[in-house]
Ligand binder design. Sequence first.
Ligand code: RIB
Ligand code: CA
Length: 302
Amino acid sequence: MKQPIIIDTDPGIDDAAAISIALNHPSFDLRMITTVNGNVGIEKTTANALKLKRFFSSDVPVHRGSSQPLISDIVDASAVHGESGMGGYDFPEINYNDLSSTHAVEAMRKELQTSDEPITLIPIGPLTNIALLLSTYPEVKDYIKEIVLMGGSASRGNVTPLAEFNIYCDPEAAQIVFNSGLPITMVGLDVARSSTLSHTAVNKLQTLNQTGDMLYQIFKHYKGDGLEKGINVYDAYTILYLLNSGKFNVQEADVQIETTGALTKGATVTDFNTHYPNCTVVMSVEPIEFEKMFFDVLKYCK
Ligand code: RIB
Ligand code: CA
């Protein structure tokens, strides 16, 4: 039975890996891709989602979402992902007829309320769209199976010493999502840092298949943290966790978001000692296990 999912994304080099797997793996029924301002501006993240839709000749709808955080000023990660957000590969021309005219939040609401089974939401960018969905239409919570999100860190950050990028971009949105009462799985920086994809493994991508070559080419333009060891393919861990949760080490915790501190804004304050956890934190996976899972799932791609 295919698992119905929705990916909310800010492509984004590591987003491209997650989207490639979700679009092609037989275990998933990807209902739609929704875009959000994040790594780069909304027009570029949306263009990058359309590039991937065309690369895979996919009929999965793409819906443009929020162009800015709920309250915070816009920040971006073009220094990490490049000016376009996904440079380094000669993607097919975008056809803007591929872009649905319905806003991401409206499209998610409609899909959730008409789905014959609950849907898993997989946000891999700032949580603006998800917070707007849950705040504007709280009744949709009944149709959401769980939220498996890339964001946060139980240890140090990557934008500031304490804050991870997706949460830092829109901490108010994150606070709404983490306190929604829905089943939340936080796939933060920790698990990727425990299993960085080595440069040797990245080089093997080039000859795997067309998708491997595309990822190899864009990974070469990635200026993320931990580059001395390899590539932290942060977003892909959400999808691989859904496919192989038993291979990951997790801990229950109460996670609250710092929204005001000059030095601490965007921190995911993670309390493992709580009697009232609000989320499952994915902490680690064996590096060799991650590499095997990653290559195994990419074999379903062209
Ligand atoms: O901190 C890593 C996260 O921020 C990833 O989702 C990456 O794509 C960026 O959005
Ligand atoms: Ca992302």
